[in-house]
Design a protein around this ligand. Structure first.
Ligand code: SF4
Length: 400
């Protein structure tokens, strides 16, 4: 019987009165009237949406992950080694030694010293607070790091003209930090754009003013295509974000809401982003325009949506001649996903990779453009990365 019952989770600090709960509902088989234990059912009745998010008191100082057992993960695969011969190096015991292993590769045409990249780290506080270490690490490792979505829109020091960003201290800082120790050849700094970023003209600003070479389009803003959310505990900032076009709840410009916030009735506003609604023609034209604006390479980042969407995404990416695409499997991130979405939405990474490979094979069989593909979601050690790369090899020209 799994330990992660719906009604008892460490992520929202709930537990149940007894351990042998009903597997159907997660509730104690005998639910008593005078129970003094806060299970998820009881706590949500009292505190409502406050328990939707993983421990909100750690928001900005934590990452979060689903603790659901998806029944298959990288540990289900064993790496089969051999003593007969060698691949990628001469089969000579003096030459086939581990310091001679060549782990360099290319992703979207960008040379990398290591076969891993740092995916989008956007406007969340945890991404910002850890940017320096990750940017410096990415630069000296010779790999790609991506500035995630909403950075300009959330930057209080950004300047706008006619709704378009003309300056962002935070975006400039992040790019400069990476470039300080970058050798200029291996790896790249990528700027990601979601719906809001596109409206603000972040891509144009990054290309023309900050000389960024690679723009990444993001599909399904916020994990699981539900619209991203960050918590705002500053009234002025909440008003600023609403004026910039974000959806902010409750309405920070409402005098009654302002009074309740100041009286401590609630402590945080929610800033939501919009979910993009791509279609094939619009997407291909959008990417063409992006290249005309000066983007030397165009990447894509997407979540793990239903299989038909995975197939359509790769077809659109192929038609638009996207250079590289990252698929992000369930379930976790920087705390913007509600726990129920983190647990119950999207495809777990192993399954997702199988779908992606199947689609790539079809594209290949039809002679269509195949973008380079990166897989993300729950990788924590090198054996998992190795297994994913090994299983992404078609035998002749690995696309992943
Ligand atoms: S309220 Fe009921 S289900 Fe929840 S912990 Fe108490 S007894 Fe169990």
């Amino acid at each position: 019987m799994p330990e992660n019952f719906m009604n008892r989770r460490s992520t929202n600090e709930t537990r149940t009165r007894v351990r042998d709960v009903s597997p159907l509902s997660g509730m104690c088989a005998i639910c008593i009237e005078d129970c003094d234990i806060l299970c998820e059912v009881g706590k949500s009745a009292l505190r409502g949406r406050e328990i939707l998010y993983p421990s909100p008191e750690y928001f900005g100082e934590s990452t979060a992950a689903s603790n659901k057992d998806y029944t298959i993960d990288w540990s289900d695969f064993q790496i089969m080694t051999t003593v007969f011969g060698a691949k990628g190096i001469e089969a000579d015991e003096d030459k086939a030694i581990f310091p001679n292993a060549d782990i360099t590769t290319r992703f979207g045409g960008v040379p990398l010293n290591i076969p891993a990249i740092v995916a989008g780290l956007g406007s969340t506080a945890v991404a910002k607070r850890n940017w320096d270490g990750l940017a410096i690490g990415g630069a000296i490792s010779g790999t790609i790091i991506t500035v995630g979505e909403n950075v300009c829109g959330m930057d209080p020091k950004s300047k706008f003209e006619n709704g378009k960003v003309t300056y962002s201290e935070d975006l400039k800082y992040r790019i400069d930090m990476y470039r300080e120790l970058w050798d200029g050849k291996h790896g790249e700094i990528v700027v990601q754009t979601n719906v809001e970023d596109e409206r603000f003209g972040v891509d144009e600003y990054a290309i023309s003013k900050l000389e960024v070479n690679v723009i990444e389009r993001k599909w399904g803003q916020g994990a699981k295509a539900i619209g991203g959310e960050v918590m705002i505990d500053d009234l002025d900032k909440a008003i600023m974000l609403k004026k910039r076009g974000y959806i902010v709840l409750p309405d920070p410009e409402d005098k009654n809401i302002q009074k309740k916030f100041k009286d401590g009735v609630f402590k945080r506003f929610e800033r939501h982003s919009r979910v993009g609604m791509p279609n094939r023609e619009g997407f291909v034209e959008n990417i063409e325009r992006l290249r005309e604006k000066g983007a030397k390479k165009v990447f894509m980042k997407t979540g793990a949506y239903r299989p038909a969407v995975v197939a359509a995404t790769l077809r659109y990416a192929s038609d638009a001649k996207i250079d590289a695409i990252t698929f992000d499997g369930a379930g976790g991130g920087t705390g913007m996903s509600p726990i129920p979405m983190m647990q119950e939405c999207s495809t777990p990474t192993v399954w997702l990779q199988a779908q992606v490979l199947r689609c790539l094979r079809i594209l290949k069989d039809h002679g269509r453009h195949i973008p380079d593909v990166a897989i993300a979601g729950g990788f924590t050690d090198e054996t998992q990365v190795f297994k994913s790369i090994a299983m992404g090899n078609f035998g002749d020209e690995p696309p992943m």
